[in-house]
Design a protein around this ligand. Structure first.
Ligand code: GLN
Length: 186
């Protein structure tokens, strides 16, 4: 199982390490050609407006839509998979939900806490200027993780989007396994 990590911005190495821990082979994706031969793609956190612009500049947007591969988006990656953020920015728009960016406000820019993840029970979530799901636009979208009344994880067919950073927690590899079992091998 080869999992590409979009390597434009963000904590690429941590994703690679966590993928290895889950038993998968990571591949750095720097140019659209690198997408060939991967079984799934991770879009890491970072700054979604910047990542969106660079994805467009390097022709990733069309190529990713065309390849039709399973994708896991974390944090800024969640934003990029969504249909809208309320501001004008470049998105892949592959999943049927909108987000509220930086939903936890300034005082709690970053924090860690236990969250409820479907089928995995309680797992550790690292939130860094995290988005949350605002509106779900289709019955095909399944909620898989919650932080109280906030929706912090969703799945739709081959796509999965998370508000938090599984690559930064001890038990985060379980989330990658969940992604592969439920979105890649479905
Ligand atoms: N706040 C960032 C954004 O909306 C996401 C932060 C992150 O990926 N850690 O782009």
């Amino acid at each position: 199982m080869i999992v590409g990590v979009l390597s434009i911005q963000g904590d690429i190495e941590e994703h690679e390490e966590t993928l290895k821990k889950a038993g998968y082979v990571p591949k750095r994706i720097k140019r659209p050609e690198d997408l060939e031969g991967i079984d799934a793609l991770i879009i890491p956190g970072g700054e979604s407006t910047t990542i969106g612009k660079l994805m467009k500049k390097y022709n990733f947007i069309e190529k990713i839509r065309e390849l039709d591969i399973p994708i896991l988006g974390t944090c800024a990656g969640m934003v990029l998979l969504s249909k809208g953020t309320g501001i004008d920015q470049i998105l892949l728009e592959l999943m049927d939900f909108t987000v509220k960016r930086n939903a936890y406000g300034r005082q709690v820019d970053s924090f860690e806490k236990e969250i409820e993840f479907k089928g995995l029970g309680k797992i550790y979530g690292v939130f860094i200027r995290a988005p949350v799901v605002d509106k779900i636009l289709s019955d095909d979208v399944e909620v898989i993780a919650r932080d109280g009344d906030k929706i912090v994880g969703v799945k739709q067919g081959k796509y999965m989007a998370l508000s938090f950073h599984p690559e930064l927690s001890e038990d985060g590899y379980k989330v990658y396994k969940y992604f592969v079992e439920n979105c890649v091998k479905r």
